[in-house]
Design a protein around this ligand. Sequence first.
Ligand code: FAD
Length: 470
Amino acid sequence: MAEVCVIGAGPAGSIFAARMAQLGHQVDLIERQRFPRSHLGESLSPGVMPLLQAAGMRETIEAAGFPSVTGVWVNWAQQPRLRQDPGERGLLVDRGEFDRRLLARARAFGVRVHQPARVLERTRDDAKWHLAIEADGAFVRLDADFVADASGRRGISRQRRIRKGAATLAVYGYWRGKSQPTVPRIEAGHNAWYWGVPLPDGSYNTLIFVDPDRFRSAPGTTMSERFLRLLDRSTLMNDCRDAELIAAVRAIDATPYLSGDCVAPDRIELGDAALAIDPISSSGVQKAIQTALSGAIVANTLLRRSESTDAALSFYRAQLGEASERHRRWAAEHYRDVAERCAGPFWQQRAGPQAVTDPAPLPAIDARGFATTPVELSPELEFAPTPCLQGDFVSLAPALHHPRLASPIAFLGGRELAPLLRILQPGRTPLQIAQSWSNRMPLQSGLAIAGWLVNHGILVEQRGRSGMPS
Ligand SMILES: Cc1cc2nc3c(=O)[nH]c(=O)nc-3n(C[C@H](O)[C@H](O)[C@H](O)COP(=O)(O)OP(=O)(O)OC[C@H]3O[C@@H](n4cnc5c(N)ncnc54)[C@H](O)[C@@H]3O)c2cc1C
């Protein structure tokens, strides 16, 4: 009998399981493959490390010594260029080793791991979940109060998914040669985009993202032949003509989607089981870890504070829905950049219609204006009780709702905003406002919050004056 049973030990499953164990739950984690096993998702966005830190898993990944991304060679809508951002460095990882390390940490946090063991079926009666599991050729049953599905894109809950973009197939092959690119490459083709990822073991993964029907009808008798012909139209292999394929060419669906039913009082979906974003953002692993961390607080609330069930459910649904929509818009913008100069249907379908224009940007306020301009709360500002993460639980807190905010905000820099704004006296400058909070926080933090409120149009110049955004 398990209190919490997690299916799948990718980043989402291991981090969720570890976090639940840290919160004092008894957790069983079931993974069908032996580790290390290969997996796509080898180029990690810079946001992964801070999340691993929050999960208590940063050190184990740093100890692996994975190389960081020093630049990306981009051949997209403009002239080809090497994009470098020293402040924003992602990692190139061997996912077999990355996932093995996260799982080992989960075990160290007290998670009971069953591996290799495959969940064949889940059923529910009035009392419990019953999981039918195949382990080493034997069939076993595990009962649980709560089930977390972290079984990934090809996992067990595929029937509830809603497509969030054009159907896309990724066809990929791993190469090895004497000279290979040392930085990732991204390239827009006529009806496809290409991605080359140099890996820590010296191999080179080349991926082509195409429309599945178009790929099937492309010239060539085998998948491998079609892949090689398409790859030849890119510059991905220009510097490594001596390289040889070291594994069979493979294909995987890469269509973005969102689960239509990601959470209930006795179950939750995490990572790719809950939502998949367009791989063009290379932040699927980051998103999977985010769902694991917030999903653990949601599950903890569902298991221990039944009075907050509705808040927990709506928090998680809203969080996933907003993330899916944010990524969809971001990806569409990138496709639109190419669609403007290339009429191929691949780009037109993915660019979609122009997004609704964001409100006009607010002019930045300078230091003088900060000290001299009287401000007041925007008349468009509303406070409403909104489900938020507070410590280890989801609960309702008064949040700011404003047309300039993509989603309601209750906390900023760990401080609750509503109590700070309720004591505001109109006619004070942002500097005086920050000073008036000095009994609650250091002046520097107050200045940062006041600046944020001005920049987001929450604090506006007092009516009848000019010189500041209104
Ligand atoms: C073509 C492509 C390229 C991508 N490239 C990137 C990239 O460069 N960077 C990036 O950040 N993201 C990338 N992604 C996305 C990334 O791979 C995923 O978002 C990430 O791996 C999701 O993690 P997860 O833990 O949810 O699922 P997974 O990592 O898929 O883990 C799921 C685990 O569940 C196990 N499992 C499945 N079924 C069962 C069962 N019945 N019983 C027990 N265990 C089971 C599986 O064996 C697996 O270990 C890419 C995706 C695609 C399609």
